[in-house]
Design a protein around this ligand. Structure first.
Ligand SMILES: [Fe+2]
Length: 271
């Protein structure tokens, strides 16, 4: 093992697969897009520790879609960890996709402990709504995890719904309903250094209350930028290539890179 491998961990981060076993989604082929992402990861980031997928695993929650998705994801040469998004069914996801042993019994919420960081993956699904929520049970689990003694490892929070408005008029109303409560809990733990979320299908990065945050493009289709103005009546996916994230953990540092994984000419709207 090289010195770099001994001290550095990388995490591959995918979001918003919107997988469908047979249909196209908004003019895009979800199977081809996911295959391209998997091929890229296997070719270039096979040394990463694991892959986290921050929700909207499927476009429509059905047993067939989840079962077919599992077959595709099992091609990844890394352990992979699914999360819930507003398109998911918690029950179907739990039935068809593997979860870590640390997962809560009734939710898709768990911790992954690495030598360089602790990852807390939150289940923000509010069944039947585009918005997200963290109920008392899920918040209590989070408080308990955050109460563990600080051992110097940074804590990275993964979730589907962003807990704050991001200047995206069509998407901000669909954020985490009790995001203020979550941020209040997180900011009380200095080890929480990075929030990573999906849902918005757009790249965004910043900091809030001393914590860095990052939103990731979808593996499948992208939301248009906030300007020029658009509404759900005029919505059409942006002509932007999909991306995945690679998070490097090194000696207490957290670095997020976003990478376009489709070859030139393959990445934009109609694939
Ligand atoms: Fe999504």
């Amino acid at each position: 093992m090289s010195a770099d491998a001994a001290t550095t961990s990388r995490i591959v981060w995918l979001s918003d697969l919107h997988f469908d076993a047979s249909d196209r989604v908004l003019g895009h082929d979800p199977r081809a897009r996911l295959d391209a992402a998997i091929d890229y990861v296997n070719a270039h980031y096979g040394d990463a520790r694991l892959c986290v997928i921050s929700g909207d695993m499927v476009e429509t929650a059905s047993a067939k879609n989840y079962a077919t998705l599992r077959q595709s994801l099992d091609r990844l040469c890394l352990p992979w960890h699914p999360m819930t998004g507003n398109h998911d069914s918690r029950a179907l996801l739990r039935t068809h996709l593997p979860l870590p042993e640390t997962a809560m019994p009734d939710f898709v919420q768990y911790e992954i402990a690495l030598p360089q960081a602790r990852l807390l993956c939150l289940d923000t699904l509010m069944e039947g709504s585009g918005k997200g929520v963290l109920c008392q049970t899920r918040l209590d689990w989070l408080r308990e995890r955050l109460a563990a003694p600080d051992d110097g490892r940074p804590i990275i929070i993964f979730m589907h719904h962003p807990p704050m408005a991001l200047g995206l008029p069509m998407l901000d109303p669909m954020r985490l309903e009790n995001g203020e409560t979550l941020l209040r809990i997180l900011r009380a733990t200095p080890a929480v250094r990075q929030l990573c979320f999906g849902h918005i299908h757009r790249p965004v990065a910043g900091s809030i209350q001393g914590m860095a945050y990052c939103g990731l493009r979808s593996v499948l289709y992208q939301a248009p930028p906030p300007r020029p103005d658009w509404t759900w009546d005029t919505f059409a996916p942006a002509h932007e290539a999909p991306e995945l994230g690679v998070i490097t953990l090194d000696d207490g540092r957290v670095m997020v890179q976003t990478l376009a994984f489709c070859p030139a000419g393959f990445g934009v709207a109609s694939v």
